[in-house]
Structure formats: structure tokens, C-alpha cells
Write a protein that binds this ligand. Structure first.
Ligand SMILES: Cc1ncc(COP(=O)(O)O)c(C=O)c1O
Length: 431
């Protein structure tokens, strides 16, 4: 039993499920949702599936566990063997994984956390919620990742954590970050939401810091049916993290007349209280399948990025993203394109308009965090934050965007390259 929810097996009067179980109709709804269609052939195939599911529901039975069962364990073992981690935990999403790491650090009001200026809000939601001060590090103009030199400038006596984000799946320069962490006794949490399967100098992203969390949300390279995340740690915390995922229950210990004990968990500076970020067997099954084909998915993404960069290599005024090498392997989650506004007149705003008119969609990209209303609401001096991130201020409005890079036919990839080359040419000529 991995938790207290009730799989009592073959007892004469079992307590197999506390609530209503699901039946054929519930499953058919899920099938219809996952594979949508309207054509007559679809309706006829759906009818066959319905018949089959009804037959299965008469002959089979629901599993004993829907949450934190054998498939979740199998997934965690597979993740550990593929990236060399120990004791990974599959959680509801990356944000929940971050939260466990922040709780372990006993992060609280008055502490400071350094995160990059450009990322998704999830990176800083827990620090903001507990009243910790978020300090924004400027980004490196080439990689759009946290600039270690700026991190060094922004460390104070109150700094507790550094949270590098491998944006778009391109590795942060981790060595100087880890050196700074060692020098100042800080914890490093890698926001590896985009970075599962990537490498920095031969080391798996997510496993270099003290903690790392991957996202398997539906817009990531692979997904566990919409939501999902995995937390890993290089600290010897395998058992503790499993308990931290589920409210601190300890199934190895019992209080008298009960099945388990509940503990606060040992954090860096004192005990911390755990929350519930349990994941489901269905999420795990979805991810297990996708992991089995992930090498091919990664290879395709990297190849598409390489092809697009090769097509754009002669395009004056365009800066293509770094593609790695020497043991550094991005996950090509996002293709981050930059332009030089001195050459491409009107900069990225003008280029996006032209691409849009040609039917090339750009993915909405990350705004600097200090632009969001929440920062003002929480009393941050956003003008001061902006002034402390001059590279971000130049990049965000003028230079960069994301382009689609996966699931495209060779023709679509070519069309996108042609459209960029033509549009950049027009803008450079002032047309
Ligand atoms: C950079 C970054 N960090 C964190 C997250 C949060 O991931 P999740 O949705 O799994 O919580 C995302 C999700 O889009 C992200 O883009």
C-alpha cells in the first residue's frame, strides 16, 4: 500500500473504493473527449468502441488504486533510470514540485529568492505567496537565461535560494550558479519545466541543482494528459520527498489504533509542513507511453531547429538560438528567434505582424515578470525592477519571439523560413 486509500484486496466484504466507482459510460465519455470527431466513419467507429467498452465493463473491474499506485512508481523508476536521479516524485505539476523545494528551504517572509526576469509566473508564485522577496536577475542576451554575473551582484545576506530557469529548454550556465550557491550556502532549484531530457556539459538538466522540477503540462514536449510534474533532488531526500508529496503521512510508523503517523518533514533550517500534490495513475500511464517515444520526439525537435537555423543563417539581422554542442543539449522546446532592430526596422513587433499576415503564428512569449500587475499589488517598485534588468528591457519589446518548431511538415518548416527571410528583407529595405 503506497498510501492509506483503501485497497483491501479480496476480502469477503472489501473496502475497495470509498466512493462511487466509474462505469462504461464514464469511460466512453473520456474516449469521446480524447479522440474527437463528427464524420459518419467516426460515429461508426465510436459505436464499435462503445460496444467493446460495455463488454469490458461486464468482464473486468476497476483498478484497486487510481492515485499514487504501481504506475506512478513505474514512471518514477523510469525517470530515475533515464536521467540518473534518485527518488524522483511525480506530482500534480511542476509548480507543486517547486513548492516542495521551497517548503524544504523553509522559505518565509523576509527571505530573498533570485529568479530570472523572464519566465512563467509559476517560478515565483510560492515565494510571493509566503511574502518572500523576489529579486529579479537580468538575462543573458544570447540565451535569454539568467545571467550568473547579475545573480552574483544581487546576492545579499537575506538570499536563500537561486532559481535558474532553462528557458525554452536551453541550459542555464549552471557552473557559476552552483559556485555562487556554494560560496553563500544557498539552495538551487532548477526550473526545468521546459528541460526534461536536456543536458548541460553532459549532466541531465534538473539534476545539477539541489532540486529540479520538470513540467508535463499539455504544452510541453510530452504530457501526462494535461497536467503533471516531476521533482528530483540531489540531496539524500528520497523518502522525505515522497512523504512531502502527500501531507507528511508516514506509512512505516503508526500511532496506536491507526494505520500511519503524520510528520512534519525535516527542512533545511527546521521542520516543514507538507501539502498534497499527489498524481494519478492515469496521468502516469499517459506519460509512460510518451516517455517510450521521447528520444524520437527530442531528435525531431532538434532536427527541425537545426534545419530552420540553417535556412536563416544567411538572413542578415536575424539571430538564431544556440543549438548546443560539447555535451550541452537543449530540448528545443521553444525556438527563440531574435532580430537586430537596427537592421530589421520596427524590430520584432514589425516582423511578427508580417509573419502573422503570412499565416505564421508566433507563440505568445514570456513577459518580464515586473510588467505584471501582481508585482505592483504586492508593493514592488516595478520601475526600479525594470531598471535593474537592462538587457530584458531591450530584448522583450524589440528583439525576441518564439516560433513553432514541432509537428510541422518539411513544407511548413520551409514556408516559415521563406516567410521570415522575405519579411526581414522587406523590413530591412524599409518596406
Ligand atoms: C518556465 C516555466 N516554469 C514553470 C512552469 C509551470 O509548470 P506547470 O504548469 O507544470 O506547473 C511553466 C509552465 O508553463 C513554465 O513555462
Amino acid at each position: 500500500m503506497s498510501d492509506f486509500r483503501y485497497n483491501t484486496g479480496d476480502a469477503k466484504v472489501p473496502w475497495a473504493a470509498v466512493g462511487e466507482s466509474y462505469g462504461a459510460d464514464d469511460i466512453i465519455d473520456v474516449v469521446r473527449f480524447l479522440m474527437q470527431g463528427e464524420a459518419p466513419e467516426y460515429m461508426s467507429a465510436l459505436h464499435d468502441v462503445e460496444k467493446a467498452v460495455r463488454a469490458l465493463s461486464r468482464l473486468g473491474h476497476p483498478p484497486g488504486k487510481l492515485s499514487l499506485g504501481a504506475n506512478v512508481s513505474r514512471l518514477e523508476e523510469l525517470i530515475d533510470s533515464s536521467i540518473g536521479s534518485r527518488g524522483s516524485v511525480f506530482v500534480t505539476n511542476a509548480t507543486a514540485g517547486f513548492e516542495i523545494a521551497f517548503r524544504y528551504a523553509n522559505l518565509s517572509a523576509g527571505d530573498e529568492v533570485i529568479i530570472p526576469s523572464i519566465t512563467f509566473i509559476a517560478t515565483m508564485s510560492y515565494p510571493l505567496a509566503v511574502g518572500a522577496k523576489v529579486v529579479l536577475a537580468d538575462v543573458d542576451a544570447r540565451t535569454l537565461n539568467m545571467d550568473p554575473d547579475d545573480v552574483a551582484r544581487k546576492i545579499t545576506r537575506k538570499t536563500k535560494m537561486i532559481v535558474p530557469v532553462h528557458i525554452g529548454g536551453y541550459p542555464v550556465d549552471m557552473d557559476p550558479i552552483m559556485d555562487l550557491a556554494k560560496k553563500h550556502s544557498l539552495l538551487v532549484l532548477e526550473d526545468a519545466a521546459h528541460a526534461f531530457g536536456g543536458k548541460y556539459k553532459g549532466r541531465a538538466l534538473g539534476t545539477i541543482g539541489h532540486f529540479g522540477a520538470f513540467s508535463f503540462h499539455e504544452v510541453k514536449n510530452i504530457t501526462s494528459f494535461g497536467e503533471g510534474g516531476v521533482l528530483v533532488s540531489s540531496l539524500p531526500l528520497a523518502e522525505e520527498l515522497k512523504r512531502a508529496r502527500f501531507l507528511g503521512l508516514n506509512m512505516q510508523k503508526k500511532i496506536p489504533n491507526w494505520f500511519y503517523d503524520v510528520e512534519a518533514l525535516p527542512g533545511k533550517d527546521g521542520p516543514f509542513v507538507a501539502s498534497n500534490s499527489s498524481s494519478t495513475e492515469i496521468q502516469a500511464l499517459g506519460l509512460l507511453r510518451q516517455l517510450a517515444r521521447y528520444d524520437a520526439i527530442l531528435a525531431q525537435r532538434r532536427e527541425n531547429a537545426r534545419l530552420l537555423s540553417a535556412r536563416l543563417s544567411q538572413c542578415h539581422g536575424v539571430l538564431t538560438p544556440p543549438l548546443g554542442g560539447d555535451g550541452t543539449e537543449p530540448t528545443a522546446h521553444l525556438y527563440c528567434l531574435q532580430v537586430d532592430p537596427k537592421i530589421v526596422r520596427g524590430g520584432m513587433v514589425a516582423l511578427r505582424e508580417k509573419l502573422d499576415r503570412r499565416g505564421v503564428t508566433s507563440i505568445p512569449h514570456f513577459a518580464p515578470l515586473y510588467k505584471f500587475e501582481i508585482m505592483r499589488q504586492l508593493g514592488y517598485d516595478t520601475a526600479k525592477l525594470a531598471a535593474s534588468c537592462p538587457v530584458t528591457e531591450e530584448l522583450f519589446p524589440h528583439r525576441f519571439t518564439h516560433l513553432p518548431i514541432y509537428g510541422l511538415s518539411p513544407q511548413q518548416l520551409d514556408y516559415m523560413a521563406d516567410s521570415i527571410i522575405e519579411s526581414v528583407g522587406e523590413l530591412s529595405r524599409g518596406a
